[in-house]
Structures are given as C-alpha cells and as structure tokens.
Design a protein around this ligand. Structure first.
Ligand code: GLN
Length: 504
C-alpha cells in the first residue's frame, strides 16, 4: 500500500491492516512522518516531531511478529496536544515560559497510549496554556487550517485538529476547557469529543482551569474517537476528580450507531437559545445544522425545542471562573520551578520572577491572570467569582431540566466556519464569542461531541454539529454521532474530508 493511501486510512482501518500483517507499524509511522515533512511547513500542526517514533513502531512490529496479541490500536500513530506531559518530548503548553521543558513523567493518558502500543508522532500546537479559539495565541506561531491556509484551525487545540484533518495523524489527543476539542474539530471537518468531567484523567495535563478541563480524542471518524477514548479513559487514582466507575466500550457504542441503532425514538432537544438567526450564527451553519436534524428525524428521532435560559450567561460566567482558576494554576510558573528564568543582575527574587513572567507569558495569558486575580481579590470576590458560580449552578439546572425531557441536546458546534487568520486576534471579546455553544457543557461537566455536518454554502468550509448528553452518558453520544455520520456520508458519497483541498 502506498504511503499516500496509508495516511488516509482511519485508525480502525489501520488497526485491521496491522493485525492482518498487511501493513507494519513502521510503514504506517513512516508514511505519517513523510506526510508531516511534506505539509507541516504550511500547516504547522506540530511543535515537536518525535524522533523515537520509528523505534517505537519497530518494537511493536517485533512484538506482533513474535506472536503477541496486542491491543486494537497497537502500532497506530497518534499526535499529542502539547498541554500533555511527555517524559521524552518537550511539553510547552504553547508558551515561551516552558520552552524546551521536558517533564519528569508522562500524563496518565500518554502512559495509557504507550501501554496500548500507540506510536506518539509528536506534540501539537495550541494557544498558549490553551487560552484561545484560533491557535494564534501560540508563542510558536499559528497553525493553519488545511481547508484554507489563510484561515484559523480553531483553538486552543488547532494543532491536533489540523494534524488529523491534514492527514498528518489518524488520531490526536486534545483538551477541552471551554471548547478546545470541539470547536477546532468543527472548523476543520474532524470529530472531537469532550468526555464527562472526571471520565478521563487530567494527571499530567498542564492545568488551565481545573474544574473545567477534560482530555479527549480528536479524530476523523466517530468510531476512531471511541477507540481512542477506550484507551485513555477510566479511573485514575492520581486524579482526585476521576470517576471510579467502569465505563462501557465507546467503540462498541459507535459501532451500534454505524449499524443504524439509537435513532428511533431518540429525543433530540434543540436549545432554542443556541439555534436561531440573530444569535450570532452564520446562516450556512444554521442551514447545515437543520439539515442534520431533519436527517435524524427521518430516521425516527423526535426533535423537541427546549429552553435553557441561563446559557445566555455562560460566556460571562466562564470568563470569570476560567481566569480565576487559571491565575491560581499559573502561579507555579515563578522562574524557580520550571522552564524559563530571566536573570536580573543584582535583582531580588521578585525582580527575577517579574522579568521572567514579563518575557515568558504572552498578552492573552497576562490578560487572564490580571482578570482572574482581580475577580478573586477580597473586595470583589462575591460580586464576580461568587456570582459566576451561582450562574454555573443555574446552567447545571437548565441541563437537568432539559435532560428530564430529552436524551441528547443539539446545537451547532461553533457560530461560524473558520475565520481568517488575524481577523479576531486583537479583539478578545470577539474571540471569546466563538465558544458560545461549547462552554455550557464544561460548566456543567456534561459530555459533548462535535461531528462534521457539511460545508457552509457561503464559503465551502466545514460546519460541525454538537450533541451533549447527561454526565456519564458519553456512550450515547458515540451512538448518535456515528449514526448521523453514516447518514451524512451516504448523502456526501464519502467522508467530508475527502472534499478537502490537496496539500503539499
Ligand atoms: N476558547 C476557550 C478559551 O479561550 C476555550 C479554551 C479551551 O477549551 N482550552 O478559554
């Protein structure tokens, strides 16, 4: 099989080819490394390419040849968002303050990838400390959208989404605090899943806002996301918020959807506050969203309008809670413990700390530290942080009320398709509005998935549809997502990414 064919295979397909011996992990890994060499100069999905990838692949091939039975994804390459600690590769979280820092341990999710024999290809680009919706806040320069190199790939995990949509990796890990898996997936025509809070370990994920952060898969198909989620998910005693229960197989849940199960009688709630004209949505986004709902309805799903009045305040609450938690989490970057230290001859420790943070943090990070410190300060705590926490409770109640009536909630994954690079980077409020539909799920801890819903007629760029389910019902999202994916692919005559322009 040619390298060009190999990189278009899904992880599920590669798994089959590897198991049957038709393809080796070295071949699959080399094909992706070649693809990275050919296109990443334009896309800039990666901050670091793993020089040990082929050795890892070779070791897996040897174990297979020796007759060992290996996990489903053994030998399949994977890209890792740079927010995750890797013992053998730099982990910068997109920041200059951590330039060149190699952690002394692996994040639990990374350790699980290795234990299942996946082959890390490298670390992907991201907005600094996962703050942003375009990857333009990366200290290492932006990633470009493979559909149109003049456009953003979403953020903060634009690198992971661009890597899978540019065929530079079949699988990637992302992290989602307010949408950083789902929004990049939406604008690049990929699949992104934010698991239930506590469903996937955060140990070794460089924290942005600990009550919101979740690690999850970014892939080209729903089944691949389920396969990867099965590898990384489940209880981790090293994360005190990790849910101890056993989880069902998410790959099996996706396979049920591919067989057409799960739609008949499914009650799909359309959030009236997040689905109408006049709410900031591009017309073509709403059009594709409604067409997807019509497809579900034709298969026996019931579409119900539900109101979630507090969702209107989600962005305002999030941009108090997130900076508050971030200002506390980022206090550890003090020039003493990690990464960068800017010497100030004759200066005090405070002078060194200030100079290091001045040089090491970018403008968006500084903005949020200042905002968060202010919101938490004694005189303002109740007015800002306290009020935001109350709104968070109201949003959780809106979810509870909605899920008493419906099985899943649906919204567009993002208000618009990928916008041009440079168009919002100097306007923080405009940037924050991109997470209109994704933030509520983080505030309530519920799972959310984004799958491709087509190309917007006005610009031929990908649109995503988001489904959300009650906490711990992640499997339902895989079934519904895979069922809709297969209906849409029948309409399109193949995967949406087959329509993406060729690169390289
Ligand atoms: N875009 C959102 C923010 O800037 C979400 C970030 C994320 O999910 N990490 O905070």
């Amino acid at each position: 099989m040619s390298a060009a064919e190999l990189v278009t295979k899904t992880a599920a397909e590669l798994s089959g080819l590897l198991a049957s011996g038709e393809v080796s992990s070295v071949e699959a890994t080399q094909a992706h490394l070649d693809r990275i060499a050919a296109v990443d100069g334009d896309v800039h999905a990666y901050l670091h390419v793993n020089s040990a990838a082929l050795d890892t692949a070779r070791a897996i091939d040897e174990r297979r040849t020796a007759g060992e039975t290996l996990p489903a994804l053994a030998g399949v390459p994977v890209a890792i968002k740079d927010v995750l600690c890797t013992i053998d590769m730099p982990s910068t979280s997109g920041s200059k303050i951590l330039e060149g820092w190699v952690p002394p341990y692996d994040a639990t999710v990374v350790a699980r990838l290795r234990a299942s024999g996946l082959v890390p290809l490298g670390k992907t680009n991201m907005d600094e400390f996962a703050m942003g919706s375009s990857t333009e806040h990366s200290a290492y320069g932006p990633t470009r959208n493979p559909w149109d190199l003049t456009r953003i790939p979403g953020g903060s995990g634009g690198g992971s989404a661009a890597a899978v949509s540019a065929f530079e990796a079949p699988l990637a890990l992302g992290s989602d605090t307010g949408g950083s898996i789902r929004q990049p997936a939406a604008v690049t025509g990929s699949v992104g899943m934010k698991p239930t809070y506590g469903g996937v370990s955060r140990y070794g994920a460089i924290a942005l806002a600990s009550s919101l952060d979740q690690v999850g898969p970014v892939t080209r198909t729903v089944l691949d996301a389920g396969l990867l989620h099965d590898v990384i998910g489940g209880h981790d005693p090293r994360d005190s918020t990790s849910i101890p229960d056993a989880w069902p197989s998410f790959a099996d849940a996706a396979r049920a959807g591919l067989r057409g199960e799960g739609l008949k009688g499914l009650r799909v709630g359309v959030v009236s506050e997040l689905s109408q004209e006049g709410q900031g949505f591009q017309p073509g986004v709403l059009q594709r969203f409604r067409e997807s709902l019509a497809l579900l309805e034709a298969q026996g799903a019931e579409i119900v309008e539900v109101s979630a009045p507090s969702f209107e305040y989600a962005i305002a609450a999030y941009y108090l809670i997130l900076p508050a938690e971030a200002s506390s989490n980022l206090a550890k970057f003090d020039s003493v413990r990690f990464g960068l230290r800017v010497d100030v001859p004759g200066g005090t420790v405070e002078d060194v700390m200030a100079a290091t943070r001045e040089q090491g943090f970018g403008p968006e990070v500084k903005r949020r530290i200042i905002l968060g410190t202010y919101a938490l300060s004694a005189g303002y705590y109740d007015a800002y942080y306290g009020s935001a926490q109350k709104v968070r409770t109201l949003i959780q109640r809106d979810f509870d009320a909605a899920f008493a009536k419906v099985d899943v909630l649906a919204t567009p994954s993002a208000p618009t398709t990928a916008f041009p690079l440079g168009s919002k980077v100097d306007d923080p409020l405009a940037m924050y509005l991109n997470d209109l539909t994704t933030i509520p799920a983080n505030l309530a801890g519920v799972p959310g998935i984004s799958i491709p819903a087509g190309l917007a007629p006005e610009d031929d760029l990908p649109v995503g549809i988001q489904f959300m389910a009650p906490v711990r019902e992640d499997a339902r999202l895989y079934t519904v997502g895979a069922a809709l994916e297969s209906l849409l692919e029948q309409e399109w005559g193949g995967p949406l990414l087959a329509k993406a322009p060729a690169l390289g």
